[in-house]
Design a protein around this ligand. Structure first.
Ligand code: SAH
Ligand code: SF4
Length: 378
């Protein structure tokens, strides 16, 4: 047996990375500048540079005194992320960025550009999908991110900088990003404060409408309770995947702790408080949750409420025993829900050729074997 002797040597100081400026709320930014001896309005000038201009450093903020620019550079990093790789789908409508965090891990963000419809209706629009965690502790059975295990929460700046990456790019190549969905890697409501910190900046500093921001949850009730009370009434998307508790627990293990009845009650309360239609995401898995009987049960659960069901064709994930539903099964499921008078759409698949589904690109880039780690369901 090898005994370990305590070391008497002083460990070498490891350089601590500066926090990104995008970690700060607008209020904190104003506070920081006043603490540095400058008037509060300088905080708003900095926010305008960071959130509404293409500059990439404090030094380029030409209307700030040089001393303030230097003080900011001494205390903050301008960007939280380094672009590792970017992939563009063959149709050019989807771009996926693999972004490196200061501590070396990779996260993914996706830009989806929707053209006007063939009949000329609908505006061109761009939507960014951001990650909120490295990996995810929820471990849904069909999800590539869940397969990675959970490393850590992202900070507000790390979430914001994903949106800014594509926001800046899209200002030069319109349509400019107007929508942000929190549907990338991770469970946003488990990382509530950082997620809602990013929501606040997107609304107050970038100027996006709060109705253009969508938070997607697998049903983390403590977060939903907070959201019900929050002043930012974002759109809520809930990943349902089954109208049956036993089946849902096998797909979304969190369901054991927060079963359907409790989850739906929170959804109806959110709807009543905000007046917003709730979206239910339903990933169709071949032979698992795509039967006509389940479509009818789903209708029975939601029909008395103002909801939108978004059917998602499954993106097959290596190592996982699920396949995409057959097109006829998708069509039949869609028909049953629609004919019952419930708003129902089938999500257009985007960027399959660049692994645009959540978690898939990172898994590939890291070349890692998937891991099953911590869980929040125990
Ligand atoms: N954690 C949140 C948000 C991120 S996942 C949530 O679960 O809602 C975003 C959406 O992608 C969820 O609806 C999720 O169920 C779905 N999803 C995950 N893996 C998928 C896959 N392999 N194919 C299709 N949809 C998937
Ligand atoms: Fe986490 Fe959402 Fe993936 Fe489930 S689907 S493991 S909650 S990221």
């Amino acid at each position: 047996m090898i005994a370990s002797t305590p070391s008497t040597a002083t460990p070498a100081a490891t350089p601590v990375a500066l926090a990104p400026i995008t970690d700060l709320s607008l209020t904190s930014l104003r506070q920081v500048v006043t603490e540095l001896g400058h008037p509060e309005y300088r905080g708003d000038q900095i926010a305008a540079w960071v959130y509404r201009s293409p500059v990439g450093s404090f030094d380029e903020m030409s209307n700030l005194p040089k001393s303030l620019r230097q003080a900011l550079a001494d205390r903050f990093r301008f960007g939280a992320l380094a672009l590792e790789a970017e992939f563009v789908s063959s149709d050019g409508e989807t771009r996926k960025a693999a972004l490196r965090l200061v501590d070396g891990d990779l996260i993914e963000s996706v830009l989806m550009r929707y053209p006007t419809r063939d009949d000329g209706t609908g505006a061109e629009r761009s939507t960014v999908c951001v990650s909120t965690q490295v990996g995810c502790p929820v471990k849904c059975a069909f999800c590539a991110t869940g397969l990675m295990g959970f490393t850590r929460n992202l900070g507000t700046g790390e979430i914001m900088d994903q949106a800014l990456h594509f926001l800046r790019w899209s200002r030069a190549v319109p349509p400019t990003v107007r929508n942000v969905v929190f549907m990338g890697m991770g469970e946003p409501l488990i990382n509530y404060d950082a997620t809602m910190g990013a929501v606040a900046l997107l609304v107050d500093a970038v100027g996006l409408g709060v109705h253009r921001l969508t938070v997607s949850t697998a049903g983390w009730l403590p977060g939903m309770s907070r959201l019900i009370e929050d002043k930012y009434a974002v759109r809520l998307a809930v990943s349902l995947h089954s109208p049956d508790d036993a089946l849902r627990t096998t797909l979304v293990p969190l369901n054991k702790r927060f079963p359907l009845a409790t989850l739906l009650e929170a959804c109806w309360e959110y709807q009543a408080r905000t007046g917003r239609r709730v979206t239910f995401e339903y990933t169709l898995l071949d032979g698992v949750n795509d039967t006509p009987a389940l479509a009818r049960d789903l209708v029975a659960l939601v029909r008395r409420h103002d909801v939108h069901i978004n059917l998602i064709p499954m993106n097959p994930v290596a190592y996982l025993p699920f396949g995409a539903s057959r097109p006829e099964a998708v069509e039949e499921f869609h028909r049953i829900v629609r004919e019952a008078g419930v708003i129902c759409t089938v999500r257009r698949e985007m960027g399959r050729d660049i692994r645009a589904a959540c978690g898939q690109l990172r898994t590939e880039l890291q070349g890692r074997e998937p891991v099953r780690a911590s869980t929040v369901t125990a």
